[in-house]
Design a protein around this ligand. Structure first.
Ligand SMILES: *Cc1c(COP(=O)(O)O)cnc(C)c1O
Length: 502
């Protein structure tokens, strides 16, 4: 499968090279062509006996066809096992009200990012070894909270790699911050950047294309790569759970083979929901992908009007992993649905950089609307949804999942047919409620929560709900803080240079 830069069709890589490189030099993201995905459509009925690993193998050998079968098996076994995921179960599906919850938070850091970031280091080191390369891979990662810890955990002491994570000073939850500050491993570092997530993301993209840094890397035998969802090695693992969830729902007699279902996805960088779109192109019977945003509703506006406008205030919310104004992976959707029109994408992204906005034409917008609908939920609506889910559905959900559930309710409210039928819908539950214990507890409990510390919150949530507490979070209490560096934007580049020269 050839991978093209979304901004230049002459920039082509095979999968192993694209995974190592992360982002193309022209700023584009590596992506297959639309027709190359569709030509690999499968018959979902023939996959019903697949378990998660079998579906993962199918997807990985489709997209990463320069990996041998043995290499793919090794990667899967090292990532999707009982050490990393509760009972080895990567994406269990459960019921919530009339709908379903895809529980993606049973991995080592209790967020869905683990699904891709447990396997990306395996892909990367496999690709690297088979090239016989002797350079060190330096992973730079911008995080809105969850990617950072998942990447630090996935790359911890992985041979021939070093990793630096940048998180925004005030944009992450206390628990998220503590998870990163207490990271273990000889090859890891963590920096708090004075700014927001978009600054972190811009920094990383800028460092990739910086000529001084390029030269230094060559001199020091270092190659830069990325663990962000701009890396195709992040995106592809996320396709698997959409397909597997469909299979699981058929096998549990919740739906009939061929029935269409919806997925509602709490969205920030547009990576997770884009993976759902690719699962649809591959033949999964999906009707709508519901793009759920919080108060930062730039994607809601875009999907409804065709105008992407980042010139607005970034709100800090209780769903920090979605506090994003520039959704990187949207670029891949524009590429795919414009018929791989890299010139168009290049112009749009140029306009976004220079003017802060772009507009797509009606025909492209209509193609997007065929597959996507978009809603947003305010902070108050999300809080109420957590309370309602606890009281009515007897489920405890995190602040991001709550945005998705609130948006689903809006979708059902406006799209239910007269006979009250609506398609079965799966909510992607992207984080454990324990990761945002303080805010979740505040929604469901009447006593004063503001004055109690995070660990008391964890215990209280546990007593109140009986939901098992993730071990990695319980263990934070006694861990040493190793990383407390805070840097201004301009200083970060020198931090990176220092690491390259080490
Ligand atoms: C990253 C994240 C999201 C957003 O996913 P994208 O792929 O960036 O759209 C939603 N919820 C949680 C908990 C996350 O960590």
């Amino acid at each position: 499968m050839k991978l093209y830069s979304t901004r230049n069709l002459n920039e082509i890589k095979n999968p192993k090279d694209a995974i190592i490189k992360g982002l193309s030099d022209d700023g584009g993201l590596y992506c297959p062509k639309y027709e190359d995905i569709v030509s690999h459509r499968f018959d979902i009925g023939s996959l019903l006996s697949n378990d998660y690993k079998a579906t993962a193998k199918l997807v990985f050998s489709t997209f990463f066809d320069d990996f041998t079968n043995v290499e793919i098996d090794n990667c899967i076994n090292l990532a999707y096992n009982k050490n990393n995921f509760d009972e080895g179960n990567v994406a269990p599906v459960s019921k919530i009200g009339d709908n379903y919850l895809m529980e993606l938070y049973h991995g080592p850091t209790s967020a869905f990012k683990d699904v891709a970031l447990t396997i990306l280091p395996q892909f990367l080191t496999t690709a690297y070894k088979s090239k016989g390369a002797n350079k060190k891979v330096y992973i730079l990662t911008a995080t809105s909270g969850d990617t950072g810890k998942a990447a630090l955990s996935g790359f911890k002491d992985v041979e021939n790699t070093i990793i630096t994570v940048f998180y925004p000073t005030d944009g992450v939850s206390n628990i998220q911050k503590l998870q990163m500050q207490t990271s273990e491993g000889k090859n890891v570092s963590v920096v708090a950047l004075k700014g927001d997530f978009d600054d972190c993301q811009r920094l990383v993209k800028e460092i990739y294309t910086d000529n001084e840094i390029k030269k230094l890397c060559e001199e020091n035998n270092v190659v830069l790569s990325s663990a962000n969802s701009i890396n195709i090695g992040r995106l592809v693992p996320q396709i698997v759970y959409y397909i597997q969830t469909y299979i699981d729902l058929v096998n549990a007699n919740n739906i009939k083979l061929g029935d269409k279902i919806n997925f509602v996805v709490p969205t920030g960088n547009f990576g997770d929901i884009l993976a759902g779109f690719i699962a649809k192109l591959l033949g999964t019977p999906i009707d709508k992908l519901i793009c759920a945003s919080n108060d930062n509703n730039v994607l809601t506006d875009f999907i409804n009007t065709g105008v992407y406008n980042k010139k607005r205030k970034l709100y800090k919310t209780i769903s920090p992993s979605m506090d994003i104004l520039v959704s990187s992976n949207l670029e891949r959707l524009l590429f795919l649905l414009s018929g791989n029109d890299a010139n168009l994408v290049n112009n749009l992204m140029d306009s976004l950089n220079k003017t802060g906005e772009y507009k797509i034409d009606d025909s492209l917008l209509n193609r997007i609307k065929e597959h996507f609908v978009a809603y947003y939920a305010t902070q108050d609506e999300s809080k109420k949804t957590i309370k309602d889910a606890f009281e009515n559905d007897k489920r405890i959900i995190d602040t991001h999942t709550a945005v998705a559930y609130a948006c689903l309710k809006k979708y059902v409210g406006t799209n239910t047919r007269n006979d009250e039928f609506h398609e079965p819908t799966v909510i992607l539950s992207t984080a454990s409620p324990y990761k945002f214990a303080h805010d979740v507890l505040k929604c469901i409990c009447s006593s004063d929560v503001d004055t109690i510390d995070d660990f008391t919150c964890l215990d209280k949530l546990n007593k109140l709900t009986g939901e098992p507490m993730p071990k990695n979070l319980a263990a934070l209490k006694t861990k040493e803080k190793r990383f407390e560096t805070t840097l201004a934007y301009e200083e970060c580049k020198y931090f990176v240079i220092n690491n390259i020269e080490k």
